[in-house]
Design a protein around this ligand. Structure first.
Ligand code: ADP
Length: 220
């Protein structure tokens, strides 16, 4: 409810910022203040939409509709959406598809969010000039998705905590982006698709998230 109530005021703050920055005359100092307000309001708006997604997914009786989803197209569109952010760190995103056809039964919107969150983390915790590689394969009756980066990695003692809501490593806390909800949401989406998720990581070398999703989910 709180997230829902926050949606309107936050979008009003954002539209006032946008209008002021585009139309009003202001000194460089004032512009800097407005840009700071806009940046923080954007973060709030992302948090609100994360919270709404979680609330919706957790509401009892939430059954997302399933349709045929082309994972290759979905991975490509998520990568496209984040090319700007990846380019800022000169990170290249590669998609390698060995799943023929690359189609599973699932919810398009949720699986798109899953790719966005994993790729976004790959960029956030990736190294400048590095890569994010997405592999799609078949493993028995499952589609296997592997999202790998060559970034900072995750210390072994933190590996089981990263799935918790609002968990962020101490290092990640120091920069202001992110709320520690991305992987919690990814795990939730995997669970809704009756799949599994695991992580392999080595500090300084990189991280891989390995997901399996049933091509045709068992009836519940
Ligand atoms: P956020 O990115 O907002 O902090 P997430 O739930 O997406 O939240 O991730 C939780 C934590 O897991 C991050 O703070 C970071 O420490 C770690 N993490 C997630 N993905 C990666 C990755 N690809 N490489 C290194 N660390 C990661």
């Amino acid at each position: 409810d709180a997230a829902h109530e926050l949606r309107t005021p936050v979008s009003i703050i954002l539209s006032h910022c946008e209008y002021s920055l585009a139309e009003l005359e202001m000194s460089p100092e004032v512009r800097k203040e407005f840009l700071c307000i806009q940046d923080k309001a954007l973060q709030m708006s992302q948090l609100v939409s994360h919270l709404l997604n979680i609330a919706r997914a957790e509401s009892t009786g939430f059954h997302p509709s399933f349709e045929d989803v082309d994972l290759e197209i979905l991975a490509e569109s998520a990568a496209d959406e984040l090319t700007g952010k990846a380019a800022q760190k000169e990170i290249r995103i590669e998609i390698h598809n060995y799943l023929k056809p690359p189609v599973i039964e699932g919810n398009t919107e949720l699986l798109f969010r899953l790719f966005i969150n994993l790729i976004d983390n790959g960029i956030q915790y990736g190294r400048t000039g590095g890569y994010i590689k997405i592999f799609l394969e078949q493993r028995g009756k499952n589609a296997c998705i592997r999202v790998s980066d060559d970034g900072i990695g995750i210390p072994e003692e933190n590996l089981d905590k990263i799935w918790n809501r609002f968990y962020r490593s101490d290092k990640s806390r120091s920069d202001s982006v992110g709320f520690g909800l991305g992987l919690f949401i990814v795990k939730y989406i995997v669970r809704l698709h009756k799949g599994t998720i695991a992580v392999e990581s080595e500090v300084g070398r990189g991280t891989s998230f390995i997901l399996t999703l049933p091509i045709t989910p068992p009836a519940s």
